[in-house]
Design a protein around this ligand. Structure first.
Ligand code: FPP
Ligand code: MG
Ligand code: MG
Length: 439
């Protein structure tokens, strides 16, 4: 974290919380299985951007400036309880298994498999108040700090799954989880992270926040599904299949049969402009679900936990939504403009995956003949190169940047509704840096 601290770094205001983030997450994802531990902690070892926890923490700090009398009574009571009674108990020395406590003896079978039964079940099974301690100097509530950890866990789970789906071989400058550990382990580790995140979500004891975060997990899958239906058809996304995109027979010889066909085929009776508009609508909805949903709902959850009133909660939601859309549109732009080295993951990947994101949609708007390439997912030889050339000639990247900028401006507008503070300025900086980021 210290390497990131520079003048005007939005990170600085919450550097204390940010430096505890990884440690706290590590304490929530321990299992009795050494290999599972390695896979589920793998993406946390390389420094990510931590954008989502940063938003939670800075927004929580900014919300603190709202006068107490302008907050909801119930939430304030809840805050009082947490603030006045920071967790003082010690975690139990043993874990209770289905009503029975596990004693100190470890079975030979467990030793053989390198499994420690004492931590198998639930390292979180401590009293519910075992939230991060309240730091009066910074004012961020324990539940908000836990929220920051939870959203990074959900995000990381989705990355493990995403790299399997995208058959990606690198992330954060290292081999991706699927390459380092196989698809199966990467998927299971993602599921495990989601399970542990769910326990932590339940322990926030806030039904609205539980609902928000559960919905966002479903949204991530919906967004990914919209993308999948639009692209990888009759394909197995198994990188262990040598990148061959065809159905893999099961051991009994059965081949997956009828797959649903879907494409953005251009019906003859619909005019080009209508088609392009529909494609942009589809793209933006998918983008909301796969990226902006988490950002909007984490912002909303931070506001709910702060006891803010409905209009503030809604404004925070809008901020997260606009920021999230900007974030993903920039991501789609960087796929065209960056190198693998610069972003620590494969670049120029979307077209090869058959994905039509904003840059190519802008080019299509000007060149109707690109519709054919889009609907056949750029799979004929030369398609990818043709598409890239068209994006260049039609300023697809520049138009995409403008689109991202519009969402950035809207997000900045949402921030201006919050009381002025250092944290608000830091959020403004963060918002601007998402637009100008290069990785
Ligand atoms: C990265 O997008 C991926 C996402 C933003 C979401 C992925 C969601 C899933 C795989 C659904 C499963 C969800 C959970 C919670 C387990 P990208 O592929 O465009 O970006 P990249 O270049 O970083 O890979
Ligand atoms: Mg993806
Ligand atoms: Mg991906």
């Amino acid at each position: 974290p210290s390497s990131r601290a520079s003048f005007n770094d939005p990170f600085l205001l919450v550097s204390h919380e940010m430096s505890n983030l990884a440690k706290s997450i590590a304490s929530m994802i321990g299992s009795g299985h050494p290999t599972l531990n390695r896979v589920s902690s793998y993406y946390f070892e390389a420094e990510g951007k931590n954008v989502r926890p940063l938003i939670v923490l800075l927004l929580s700090k900014a919300l603190l400036k709202i006068p107490v009398e302008q907050r909801n009574r119930t939430a304030i009571d809840d805050l009082d309880v947490v603030d006045q009674q920071p967790f003082k108990g010690t975690p139990t020395s043993h874990t209770v298994v289905a009503g029975k406590s596990v004693d100190d003896s470890i079975s030979p079978l467990a030793i053989l498999h390198g499994i420690n039964p004492k931590v198998i079940l639930d390292p979180l099974s401590k009293p519910m108040d075992a939230l991060p301690e309240f730091d009066a100097s910074n004012g961020i509530l324990p539940k908000q700090r836990r929220l920051a950890e939870i959203v990074e866990m959900i995000h990381t789970a989705s990355l493990l799954h995403d790299d399997v789906i995208d058959m990606s071989d690198a992330r954060r400058g290292r081999p991706s989880g699927n390459v380092a550990f196989t698809n199966k382990m990467a998927v299971l580790a993602g599921d495990f992270l989601l399970g542990r995140a769910s326990v932590a979500i339940a322990r926030l004891r806030n039904p609205e926040v539980i609902e928000l975060l559960s919905t966002t997990i479903a949204n991530l899958v919906e967004g990914e599904f919209m993308q999948l239906k639009n692209t990888v058809l009759n394909q197995s996304s198994d990188i262990n299949n040598g990148g061959e995109l065809k159905p893999v027979p099961t051991p009994t010889g059965k081949v997956p049969t009828k797959q649903h066909e879907y494409s953005v085929q251009t019906p003859a009776d619909v005019d080009h402009e209508t088609n392009v508009n529909a494609a942009f609508e589809y793209y933006l909805h998918k983008t909301y679900l796969k990226t902006a949903s988490l950002m909007s709902k984490l912002a909303r959850a931070a506001a709910v936990l702060s006891g803010a009133q409905d209009d503030v909660v809604q404004n925070c939601y809008d901020f997260g939504r606009n920021l999230g859309l900007c974030f993903q549109i920039v991501d789609d732009m960087l796929d065209y403009t960056s190198s693998d080295n610069a972003i620590g993951k494969p670049s120029q990947a979307d077209l090869k995956l058959g994905l039509a994101t904003a840059p190519i949609l802008f080019a299509w708007k000007e060149r109707p003949e690109l519709g054919e390439l889009i609907s056949r997912k750029f799979k004929e030889p030369g398609d990818v190169e043709l598409a890239r050339l068209a994006v260049d000639q039609c300023n697809g990247v520049e138009q995409t940047r403008k689109m991202a900028q519009e969402y950035c401006m809207k997000a900045l507008g949402n921030l201006r509704v919050l009381p002025e503070s250092d944290a608000r300025s830091a959020l403004e900086l963060l918002t601007n840096s998402i637009l100008t980021r290069t990785k």
